[in-house]
Design a protein around this ligand. Structure first.
Ligand code: S3P
Length: 187
């Protein structure tokens, strides 16, 4: 088991990034490797509403989803002791969520290029309402570039491009260790 001593106040590793970056899949492997529970916030929202995310968007609208997303994420971090958390692609854009995460969690931005994101989103069974209403890849790229300006506020950035699952996991563990060695966050 890879040893990792998270700072006392920060017992959560939060994975952020664009749709199709692989946050859920990486979250599962990190959770196994570090022996911490994995929480996928979109999945938690679906359990609360007993509805798929695309249906929540369709029946209640995006702003209802965003409020629910905010409450769910803040609740998860407040009620748990330690976890690997995979966020939805829009969560970190919310100021309140972002500031909460900055205080309590180690954040990792899984960065993805437009071609990879587009291909994964297009080929996925998971319907992304934000993408469904778009007319072109260019529109997706504009959103990606805009969001990257916020995602970069995360503590650690990982370029996911061309890495298979195990290489990505290795790289993440290496970067977390390096970040912790160099940071003063020892509470
Ligand atoms: C969204 C991304 C989705 C989901 C919702 C909104 C977004 O999560 O939270 O459809 O605004 O980018 P994934 O990043 O897991 O696709």
């Amino acid at each position: 088991m890879t040893s990792l001593t998270l700072p006392l106040k920060k017992k959560f590793i939060v994975l952020i990034g664009f749709m199709g970056a692989g946050k859920t899949s990486l979250g599962r492997s990190l959770s196994k490797k570090l022996n911490l529970p994995h929480i996928d916030t979109d999945y938690e929202i679906e359990k609360i509403k007993k509805m798929r995310i695309n249906n929540i968007f369709e029946f209640y609208g995006e702003s209802y989803f965003r409020d629910l997303e905010q409450d769910t994420i803040i609740n998860i971090i407040s009620k748990n002791k330690a976890a690997i958390i995979s966020l939805g692609g829009g969560s970190f854009l919310n100021f309140k969520i972002r500031e909460f995460i900055k205080k309590k969690c180690l954040s990792i931005w899984i960065s993805v290029d437009i071609d990879t994101a587009y291909e994964r989103i297009n080929n996925s069974k998971n319907i992304r309402p934000i993408f469904s209403k778009m007319k072109s890849k260019n529109e997706l790229e504009i959103l990606l570039n805009k969001r990257n300006l916020i995602y970069k506020e995360a503590n650690i950035k990982i370029e996911a491009k061309k890495l298979n699952k195990s290489r990505l996991l290795e790289k993440v563990l290496f970067k977390i260790n390096k970040y912790l060695e160099n940071s003063n966050e020892n509470c």
